[in-house]
Ligand binder design. Structure first.
Ligand code: ARG
Length: 218
């Protein structure tokens, strides 16, 4: 470690490594969470009571228990059966957690598209699948987008919990820098600023995309 200096700049490599892990975990977990979230949303909307029940139980259970406990369960609980590396456990926990929140965002977005839209499309001769694919889902996505963006920002912040199982993310690195420099506050300030840059940048990006979606008239 850079012993000659206790300035934060001297520890930039630690913070860069931390952001790298934080972004890696978040990026994979977003994909996992979105894919599973879409499936769960349709399952919950389904008339098939078995699919509906499975999705409902999953969503309620995940949202009703702390992410921290879910993470510890995947790493240490499942760890008694299969050895999942900390990084992978972290990605799985954050992804599976986000899926439940994404599912509810998507479900409410789809429900909010008036039944009139379905009736109109169906009476024009579109099949159920076509109606969902071409009429309901595109309109729902437009309404859902801001809420989905909020969830992605939450996910980045919530991913900080993986530091408790030793994943070397931004929070983990800030602790290393604190211990190494005997400075309590400065590493926290750097960490806060870095998280803010990432989340603010992302929400700006989502806003841009939102505007584009509206301009395309889709
Ligand atoms: N921190 C809270 C928990 O432990 C909220 C998690 C929210 N997760 C999310 N993907 N939005 O349960």
């Amino acid at each position: 470690s850079p012993q000659s200096s206790n300035s934060m700049w001297a520890y930039k490599d630690y913070f860069i490594a931390g952001i790298g892990y934080t972004l890696l975990i978040s990026a994979i977990a977003v994909i996992l969470g979105f894919a599973l979230g879409v499936i769960l949303a349709f399952m919950r909307l389904s008339k098939n009571s078995i699919l509906h029940s499975i999705a409902t139980c999953y969503i309620e259970f995940i949202r009703g228990t702390p992410l921290m406990v879910q993470l510890l369960f995947i790493y240490f609980g499942l760890g008694t059966v299969v050895n999942i590396p900390a990084l992978v456990s972290g990605i799985i926990a954050v992804g599976l957690n986000s899926a439940a929140y994404v599912a509810e965002v998507i479900r409410s977005g789809i429900s909010s598209i008036a039944t009139g839209q379905t009736e109109a499309a169906r009476s024009l001769g579109l099949s159920k699948k076509q109606t969902m694919q071409y009429i309901i889902f595109p309109q729902a996505m437009k309404n859902i987008w801001p809420a989905l963006g909020n969830e992605f920002v939450s996910l980045i912040k919530e991913s900080s919990i993986v530091s408790i199982i030793g994943v070397k993310d931004l929070i983990y690195q800030s602790r290393i820098v604190q211990a190494d420099t005997y400075r309590g506050v400065a590493p926290l300030v750097v960490t806060m600023v870095l998280y803010f840059i990432v989340t603010f940048g992302l929400s700006r990006l989502m806003k841009l995309w939102e505007g584009k979606m509206n301009h395309d008239g889709k």
